[in-house]
Design a protein around this ligand. Structure first.
Ligand SMILES: Nc1ncnc2c1ncn2[C@@H]1O[C@H](COP(=O)(O)OP(=O)(O)OP(=O)(O)O)[C@@H](O)[C@H]1O
Ligand SMILES: [Mg+2]
Length: 474
């Protein structure tokens, strides 16, 4: 945009300069010529008045010769004085020795008929253009001769060219000035516009706290920034109210669900064996519903105000999760291995990190075939801490991995139906992002799936140390 604005300023300035300077140059060339002709004409009349007596009397021409030579020296012009037959009686600079008769020169022939003539013509004798003025030497209506003064046009051309160079320099200076002013103006428009665009990009990427500057640039850009900020504020309020609604609804549903489960438990002991299966099924559905509500509540809370991350001992969290899932892994015949990452410190919220690892371990142990190993590894590099959860299950295709973090998306890979809702990985991403971290799913060589969590390293004593790989197994 800056380039276009600058180009338009320059084009406009160049147009104005051309419209002004071309006529100016033409007028200047004409005026220069006119001025020279007028001045030369005056001189020719002065010489004619000096030559008048000499031509009338036919006396000596020595005085006249001295005058024309002096004129030649002082002005560079050639003066020729001829009698009524066109024969030279004084010549300041003969083109060749013995040049006497000028009657064939058109301007002298015209002057001998009593006319004053001036103009430009090409001199075949000299081989260049001449500016000439020829005036008659006349008294009481009788022409006694003529005076002609000529100048090579090179002097006139030099003067006209000098003026043109001056005009060109002025034009270049004006263009440079227009470019400088144009740059400042273009920057004052495009700078604020770029900041509004950056804000729009941040808002588009989900940063609803981004604010466009409303006090910079022209009024149109300020209005645009204000409108974007108003839209962002409305959007943030709308999303907040939706999140609040989900959080409130989930929270409100928990109490009746807990009561329902309690009643079903009481009912179980009282119903006859035929109805026991139905009651058991109803209880399982209530369990499922409770998990869904808990998941939704976790998601809603993760999006809302979150406690600030602290330095967390990753080794401790990993060991805790391994111990918590050992029994479940044992039931499924899967070996659960955890790195000894004692002292490895990351910036996180302990409960969130535990929940994230629980969801990943839940998935991994669901899909891991019996007899395989699920590993929990941790390490640090370049100010980041990485935690990896790997299983030897069926893995996921690139397309599935791209969709896996969508809410309520479930793939075909989960062996048996674990009764999930497709919320586990969505919660993982939400919680890890709230702590300033990221999560990726990778397909490791050898099959299976590896979930990679990346967190900022904490200031704990052992952050940056590579993890030591001792294993705990069932
Ligand atoms: N380790 C894994 N190996 C293969 N597929 C996986 C793995 N983890 C997740 N998936 C696939 O990703 C889908 C989404 O996982 P997610 O944890 O979000 O939901 P879920 O486990 O199906 O249900 P929920 O976690 O809500 O109980 C799963 O249905 C499964 O198909
Ligand atoms: Mg899951």
């Amino acid at each position: 945009m800056s380039k276009r604005l600058l180009a338009s300023y320059l084009a406009l300035t160049a147009g104005v300069l051309l419209a002004l300077e071309i006529p100016l140059a033409l007028i200047d060339a004409r005026t220069q010529r006119q001025d020279l002709e007028n001045a030369v004409q005056r001189d020719a009349f002065v010489v004619a008045s000096l030559a008048e007596d000499r031509l009338q009397s036919g006396g000596a021409s020595a005085g006249l010769n001295a005058v024309v030579l002096k004129y030649r020296r002082e002005t560079g012009g050639r003066v020729v004085v001829v009698d009524r037959r066109g024969r030279s009686i004084a010549d300041s600079q003969p083109s060749f020795p013995g040049e006497r008769n000028f009657a064939s020169r058109p301007e002298i022939a015209a002057a001998l008929t009593g006319k004053t003539v001036s103009g430009l013509r090409f001199s075949r004798t000299l081989g260049h253009h001449l500016l000439y003025v020829a005036v008659p030497v006349a008294s009481a209506g009788t022409v006694y001769g003529a005076v002609r003064i000529t100048y090579p046009t090179s002097a006139l051309d030099a003067r006209v060219n000098r003026d043109r160079v001056t005009l060109l320099v002025v034009a270049l200076l004006v263009l440079a000035w227009a470019a400088a002013v144009g740059l400042v103006l273009a920057h004052s428009i495009s700078g604020p516009l770029r900041r509004v665009e950056e804000t729009a990009v941040r808002v588009g990427a989900g940063d609803l706290a981004a604010v466009a500057p409303e006090d910079a640039g022209p009024p149109e850009v300020r209005r645009l920034a204000a409108e974007l900020n108003r839209t962002t504020t409305k959007l943030a309020a709308l999303i907040a109210s939706q999140e609040q609604f989900v959080a409130d609804a989930s929270h409100q549903l928990r109490t009746p669900l807990a009561a329902l489960r309690l009643r079903l438990e009481n009912l179980e002991s009282e119903v006859n064996p035929a109805a026991a299966d139905d009651v058991e099924g109803a209880r399982a559905e209530v369990e499922r519903l409770t998990r869904l509500v808990d998941g939704l509540l976790t998601l809603a809370r993760a999006q809302r105000h979150a406690p600030a991350p602290v330095d967390v001992d990753v080794g401790e969290v990993l060991a805790g999760r391994r111990d918590a899932w050992l029994a479940f892994a044992g039931e499924r015949g899967v070996t659960l291995v955890a790195d000894d990452a004692a002292g490895l410190s990351a910036r996180a919220t302990p409960e969130r990190l535990e929940q994230v690892l629980d969801n990943l371990l839940n998935n991994a142990l669901e899909v891991a075939p019996s007899g395989t190993t699920v590993t929990l590894r941790a390490g640090a590099a370049r100010g980041r801490v990485e935690v990896r959860v790997r299983d030897a299950g069926p893995g996921m295709t690139a397309g599935e991995r791209a969709r896996a973090f969508d809410r309520f998306w479930r793939g075909a890979a989960t062996p048996g139906d674990n009764g999930g809702f497709g919320l586990g990985l969505a919660i993982v991403r939400q919680l890890i992002s709230a702590d300033g971290g990221t999560v990726e799913l990778e397909s490791p060589p050898g099959g299976g799936l590896e979930a990679v969590l990346t967190l900022r390293a904490g200031a704990g004593p052992a952050s940056g140390q590579p993890a030591r790989g001792t294993a705990s197994t069932v």
